[in-house]
Write a protein that binds this ligand. Structure first.
Ligand code: HEM
Length: 213
Protein backbone atom coordinates (compact mmCIF):
# COMPACT_ATOMS: atom_id res chain seq x y z
CA UNK A 1 0.00 0.00 0.00
CA UNK A 2 1.47 3.33 -0.96
CA UNK A 3 1.99 6.16 1.48
CA UNK A 4 -0.38 9.06 1.74
CA UNK A 5 0.71 11.76 -0.65
CA UNK A 6 1.07 15.30 0.42
CA UNK A 7 -0.69 18.04 -1.47
CA UNK A 8 2.46 18.86 -3.38
CA UNK A 9 3.24 15.31 -4.47
CA UNK A 10 2.31 14.11 -7.91
CA UNK A 11 0.83 10.76 -8.88
CA UNK A 12 4.17 8.90 -8.72
CA UNK A 13 4.80 10.16 -5.21
CA UNK A 14 7.26 12.73 -6.56
CA UNK A 15 7.41 15.57 -4.10
CA UNK A 16 8.32 18.18 -6.69
CA UNK A 17 5.87 20.97 -6.36
CA UNK A 18 5.27 22.97 -9.46
CA UNK A 19 6.68 26.47 -9.45
CA UNK A 20 3.36 28.13 -9.57
CA UNK A 21 1.17 25.66 -7.84
CA UNK A 22 1.80 26.71 -4.26
CA UNK A 23 -1.69 26.72 -2.83
CA UNK A 24 -3.26 26.03 -6.23
CA UNK A 25 -5.25 23.04 -7.39
CA UNK A 26 -2.77 20.15 -7.70
CA UNK A 27 -4.79 18.46 -10.44
CA UNK A 28 -4.46 21.59 -12.54
CA UNK A 29 -0.66 21.60 -12.11
CA UNK A 30 -0.53 17.88 -13.03
CA UNK A 31 -2.46 18.49 -16.20
CA UNK A 32 -0.12 21.34 -17.22
CA UNK A 33 3.54 20.24 -16.91
CA UNK A 34 5.67 22.96 -15.36
CA UNK A 35 8.72 24.11 -17.28
CA UNK A 36 10.68 24.72 -14.09
CA UNK A 37 11.07 22.66 -10.96
CA UNK A 38 11.22 24.24 -7.56
CA UNK A 39 14.09 22.77 -5.58
CA UNK A 40 15.27 23.15 -2.03
CA UNK A 41 18.88 22.86 -0.89
CA UNK A 42 17.66 22.08 2.62
CA UNK A 43 19.57 24.94 4.20
CA UNK A 44 16.75 27.37 4.22
CA UNK A 45 17.51 28.33 0.64
CA UNK A 46 15.41 27.35 -2.28
CA UNK A 47 16.07 27.85 -5.97
CA UNK A 48 14.56 26.97 -9.27
CA UNK A 49 16.24 24.58 -11.71
CA UNK A 50 15.07 24.59 -15.30
CA UNK A 51 13.34 21.30 -16.12
CA UNK A 52 15.59 20.65 -19.17
CA UNK A 53 18.66 20.80 -16.89
CA UNK A 54 17.14 18.29 -14.49
CA UNK A 55 16.21 16.01 -17.38
CA UNK A 56 19.78 16.12 -18.74
CA UNK A 57 21.11 15.18 -15.30
CA UNK A 58 18.53 12.40 -14.94
CA UNK A 59 19.44 11.11 -18.41
CA UNK A 60 23.16 10.99 -17.53
CA UNK A 61 22.30 9.37 -14.19
CA UNK A 62 20.12 6.63 -15.66
CA UNK A 63 22.56 6.01 -18.56
CA UNK A 64 25.57 5.62 -16.24
CA UNK A 65 23.64 3.72 -13.55
CA UNK A 66 22.19 1.19 -15.96
CA UNK A 67 25.64 0.83 -17.59
CA UNK A 68 27.02 -0.19 -14.18
CA UNK A 69 24.50 -3.05 -14.20
CA UNK A 70 25.43 -4.04 -17.77
CA UNK A 71 29.16 -3.97 -17.00
CA UNK A 72 28.60 -6.05 -13.89
CA UNK A 73 26.79 -8.62 -16.03
CA UNK A 74 29.86 -8.80 -18.30
CA UNK A 75 32.01 -9.60 -15.25
CA UNK A 76 29.46 -12.22 -14.18
CA UNK A 77 29.74 -13.93 -17.57
CA UNK A 78 33.54 -13.93 -17.26
CA UNK A 79 33.20 -15.35 -13.74
CA UNK A 80 30.88 -18.13 -14.90
CA UNK A 81 33.31 -18.97 -17.72
CA UNK A 82 36.21 -19.04 -15.27
CA UNK A 83 34.42 -21.41 -12.88
CA UNK A 84 33.48 -23.48 -15.94
CA UNK A 85 37.20 -23.96 -16.64
CA UNK A 86 38.06 -21.17 -19.12
CA UNK A 87 41.73 -20.18 -19.43
CA UNK A 88 42.60 -17.63 -16.71
CA UNK A 89 45.01 -16.01 -19.17
CA UNK A 90 41.97 -15.00 -21.21
CA UNK A 91 39.57 -14.24 -18.35
CA UNK A 92 41.48 -12.22 -15.76
CA UNK A 93 43.23 -9.58 -17.91
CA UNK A 94 39.86 -8.93 -19.62
CA UNK A 95 38.04 -8.76 -16.27
CA UNK A 96 40.69 -6.37 -14.91
CA UNK A 97 40.34 -4.08 -17.94
CA UNK A 98 36.53 -4.05 -17.73
CA UNK A 99 36.56 -3.36 -13.98
CA UNK A 100 39.21 -0.62 -14.22
CA UNK A 101 38.08 1.27 -17.30
CA UNK A 102 34.32 0.68 -17.25
CA UNK A 103 32.91 -0.47 -13.93
CA UNK A 104 34.87 1.85 -11.61
CA UNK A 105 34.34 5.11 -13.57
CA UNK A 106 30.68 4.27 -14.25
CA UNK A 107 30.05 3.55 -10.56
CA UNK A 108 31.65 6.88 -9.59
CA UNK A 109 29.55 8.67 -12.24
CA UNK A 110 26.32 7.00 -11.05
CA UNK A 111 27.14 7.93 -7.46
CA UNK A 112 28.01 11.52 -8.38
CA UNK A 113 24.98 12.15 -10.59
CA UNK A 114 22.73 10.46 -8.01
CA UNK A 115 24.04 12.72 -5.24
CA UNK A 116 23.54 15.77 -7.50
CA UNK A 117 19.97 14.68 -8.27
CA UNK A 118 19.30 14.27 -4.58
CA UNK A 119 20.75 17.67 -3.72
CA UNK A 120 19.20 19.54 -6.63
CA UNK A 121 15.69 18.20 -6.31
CA UNK A 122 13.28 17.98 -3.45
CA UNK A 123 14.08 14.28 -3.06
CA UNK A 124 17.01 15.32 -0.86
CA UNK A 125 19.64 12.85 0.30
CA UNK A 126 18.31 12.16 3.78
CA UNK A 127 14.63 12.85 3.29
CA UNK A 128 13.33 9.62 1.75
CA UNK A 129 14.45 6.12 2.69
CA UNK A 130 14.70 5.00 -0.91
CA UNK A 131 17.22 7.73 -1.74
CA UNK A 132 19.25 7.18 1.44
CA UNK A 133 19.35 3.40 0.90
CA UNK A 134 20.43 3.96 -2.72
CA UNK A 135 23.15 6.32 -1.53
CA UNK A 136 24.45 3.85 1.08
CA UNK A 137 24.36 0.83 -1.26
CA UNK A 138 25.98 2.70 -4.16
CA UNK A 139 28.69 4.15 -1.91
CA UNK A 140 29.47 0.67 -0.50
CA UNK A 141 29.42 -0.86 -3.98
CA UNK A 142 31.74 1.84 -5.37
CA UNK A 143 34.11 1.44 -2.41
CA UNK A 144 34.27 -2.34 -2.85
CA UNK A 145 34.92 -1.95 -6.60
CA UNK A 146 37.74 0.57 -6.07
CA UNK A 147 39.35 -0.87 -2.95
CA UNK A 148 38.85 -4.64 -3.37
CA UNK A 149 37.73 -5.70 -6.85
CA UNK A 150 40.07 -3.72 -9.12
CA UNK A 151 43.28 -4.40 -7.11
CA UNK A 152 42.45 -8.11 -6.71
CA UNK A 153 41.69 -8.53 -10.38
CA UNK A 154 45.02 -6.81 -11.10
CA UNK A 155 46.85 -9.37 -8.97
CA UNK A 156 44.90 -12.22 -10.61
CA UNK A 157 45.64 -10.87 -14.11
CA UNK A 158 49.36 -10.63 -13.30
CA UNK A 159 49.35 -14.18 -11.89
CA UNK A 160 47.51 -15.52 -14.94
CA UNK A 161 49.89 -13.89 -17.41
CA UNK A 162 53.12 -14.67 -15.52
CA UNK A 163 55.79 -16.54 -17.44
CA UNK A 164 55.18 -19.71 -15.43
CA UNK A 165 51.60 -19.35 -14.15
CA UNK A 166 50.40 -21.75 -11.46
CA UNK A 167 46.94 -23.18 -12.18
CA UNK A 168 43.98 -21.36 -10.59
CA UNK A 169 42.08 -23.45 -8.04
CA UNK A 170 38.28 -23.50 -7.86
CA UNK A 171 38.44 -21.40 -4.67
CA UNK A 172 40.51 -18.80 -6.52
CA UNK A 173 38.07 -18.71 -9.43
CA UNK A 174 34.90 -18.44 -7.36
CA UNK A 175 35.17 -14.76 -6.25
CA UNK A 176 34.87 -13.56 -9.86
CA UNK A 177 31.49 -15.28 -9.94
CA UNK A 178 30.25 -14.41 -6.44
CA UNK A 179 31.20 -10.70 -6.39
CA UNK A 180 29.48 -9.72 -9.68
CA UNK A 181 26.45 -11.88 -8.74
CA UNK A 182 26.12 -9.97 -5.45
CA UNK A 183 26.61 -6.71 -7.36
CA UNK A 184 23.86 -7.55 -9.86
CA UNK A 185 21.47 -8.37 -6.99
CA UNK A 186 22.20 -5.05 -5.26
CA UNK A 187 21.92 -3.10 -8.50
CA UNK A 188 18.53 -4.62 -9.36
CA UNK A 189 17.38 -3.65 -5.86
CA UNK A 190 18.70 -0.10 -6.40
CA UNK A 191 16.89 0.16 -9.76
CA UNK A 192 13.66 -1.12 -8.16
CA UNK A 193 13.96 1.50 -5.42
CA UNK A 194 14.41 4.19 -8.06
CA UNK A 195 11.40 3.03 -10.03
CA UNK A 196 8.97 2.38 -7.14
CA UNK A 197 10.18 5.28 -5.00
CA UNK A 198 8.49 4.06 -1.80
CA UNK A 199 7.28 7.14 0.01
CA UNK A 200 8.60 6.30 3.49
CA UNK A 201 10.08 9.45 4.85
CA UNK A 202 13.23 9.61 6.91
CA UNK A 203 12.32 13.03 8.16
CA UNK A 204 8.81 14.16 8.75
CA UNK A 205 7.58 16.90 6.49
CA UNK A 206 7.59 20.28 8.29
CA UNK A 207 4.04 21.38 8.99
CA UNK A 208 2.67 24.12 6.80
CA UNK A 209 1.23 27.26 8.37
CA UNK A 210 -2.40 26.19 7.86
CA UNK A 211 -1.65 22.76 9.40
CA UNK A 212 -0.14 24.31 12.53
CA UNK A 213 -3.45 26.01 13.15
C1 HEM B 1 24.32 2.38 -9.46
C2 HEM B 1 23.46 2.95 -8.63
C3 HEM B 1 22.17 3.58 -9.08
C4 HEM B 1 21.25 3.10 -9.98
C5 HEM B 1 21.30 1.76 -10.75
C6 HEM B 1 20.21 4.11 -10.08
C7 HEM B 1 19.11 4.02 -10.93
C8 HEM B 1 18.20 5.04 -11.10
C9 HEM B 1 17.12 5.01 -12.08
C10 HEM B 1 16.87 3.88 -13.08
C11 HEM B 1 16.42 6.16 -11.93
C12 HEM B 1 15.22 6.63 -12.77
C13 HEM B 1 13.93 6.33 -12.03
C14 HEM B 1 12.75 7.05 -12.64
O1 HEM B 1 12.90 8.13 -13.19
O2 HEM B 1 11.64 6.51 -12.52
C15 HEM B 1 17.03 6.92 -10.85
C16 HEM B 1 16.57 8.12 -10.38
C17 HEM B 1 17.04 8.73 -9.26
N1 HEM B 1 18.19 8.39 -8.55
FE1 HEM B 1 19.37 6.81 -8.91
N2 HEM B 1 20.51 5.14 -9.22
C18 HEM B 1 21.70 4.86 -8.60
C19 HEM B 1 22.34 5.63 -7.66
C20 HEM B 1 21.78 6.73 -7.05
C21 HEM B 1 22.35 7.46 -5.93
C22 HEM B 1 23.68 7.13 -5.24
C23 HEM B 1 21.49 8.47 -5.62
C24 HEM B 1 21.62 9.54 -4.58
C25 HEM B 1 21.69 9.34 -3.36
C26 HEM B 1 20.39 8.42 -6.56
C27 HEM B 1 19.31 9.28 -6.57
C28 HEM B 1 18.31 9.28 -7.50
C29 HEM B 1 17.22 10.23 -7.52
C30 HEM B 1 17.00 11.36 -6.52
C31 HEM B 1 16.42 9.89 -8.62
C32 HEM B 1 15.10 10.57 -9.05
C33 HEM B 1 15.40 11.76 -9.90
C34 HEM B 1 14.13 12.44 -10.32
O3 HEM B 1 13.10 11.78 -10.56
O4 HEM B 1 14.20 13.65 -10.42
N3 HEM B 1 20.60 7.35 -7.41
N4 HEM B 1 18.11 6.20 -10.37
Amino acid sequence: MGPARSGTENREGCPHPGPSNGGQDVRASEARPNPRINIGLRMGRSMSVPLPGRKVLLTVHVATAVSVLGTDLVLLVLGISSVGGADPQTIYPAAHLVATWLLAPLAIAALGTGVLLGLLTQWGLLRYWWVTIKLALTAILTGVILIVLVPRLGVAADAATALDPSPFTDAERLPLLVAPAAGVTLLVLIVALAIYKPGWRLRSRPKRRHERG
